[in-house]
Design a protein around this ligand. Sequence first.
Ligand SMILES: C[S@@+](CC[C@H](N)C(=O)[O-])C[C@H]1O[C@@H](n2cnc3c(N)ncnc32)[C@H](O)[C@@H]1O
Length: 224
Amino acid sequence: MDEQRYAARERARALAKESLSHGDALGWFEKLYREADGASSRVPWADREGHPLLREWLAEYGASLRGARALVVGCGLGEDAEELARAGAQVSAFDVAPTAVAWCAQLWPNSSVEYSTANLLAPPPSWRAAFDFVLEIYTLQALPAHLREQAARNMAQCVGPGGRLLAISRAREPDEPLGELPWPLVRSEVERFVQFGLCEQELEDLASAGDPPTRHWRALFQRV
Ligand SMILES: C[S@@+](CC[C@H](N)C(=O)[O-])C[C@H]1O[C@@H](n2cnc3c(N)ncnc32)[C@H](O)[C@@H]1O
C-alpha cells in the first residue's frame, strides 16, 4: 500500500472511531469527504475506476444489465455506478454524504447516472421493489455490526420481482478478529439477504494477490 493510501486509511479509522464514540455511525463519512477537499487520494476507497471484481463480473454478465433499472448503494465517488451505466443500465446512485454526491456531479459531468443524497437506513419509500439490479460494494462492512441487518433488509427491499442484488465485500472467518476498519463480513452476514426474501444464486470466496493479500465475498442474489 502506498504512503498516501495508508495515511488516508489511518485518517478514516480515526474519524470513524471518534464518530462512533459519540454513538454516530454515519457522520464520519461526510467529514472524510469534506476533509479530502476534492483530493480523491484522501478517500481510502476511491480507485478512479470500478471495483475489479465488479468489472470482472460485468465482463461476463454485463449484457444482462442493458436497460435494467439499477441502484448503487453508498456510491462514494461513483466509479461503480459509471461502470453500470457503461453496461447500459439506467442507474440511480446514492450516498449518505452530500459532499460525495456533489463530487460525483463534478467528476462525471456527462453522466447518465442520477446521483442523490439518501440514507440506506431510511430509504425513500418509492425505492421499494423499484430496481432490477442493486449493487452494494463495501458499504455494509463500513457500518457497525448492529446496523448491518437493517441495512441489508433495506437493500433487499429495493429489489423488484426477478431483480438481482450483487454484493462485494472483504471477507473473514467468525473466529478471526474484527480488527480495524474496514470490518470484513462473515459469511452469515452476506447470506442474510436470504432472510429478506432473496435467493442466493452464487457466493464466491475470492482470494486476491496483493500486499497484504485480501479475501473477498462476491455474492449474487435474486428475488424469484
Ligand atoms: C467504504 S465506502 C465505499 C464506497 C463505494 N461503494 C466504493 O466501493 O468505492 C462506503 C460508502 O457508503 C456510504 N454510506 C455509509 N453509510 C451509508 C448509509 N447509511 N446510506 C448511504 N450511504 C452510506 C459512505 O458515505 C461511503 O461513501
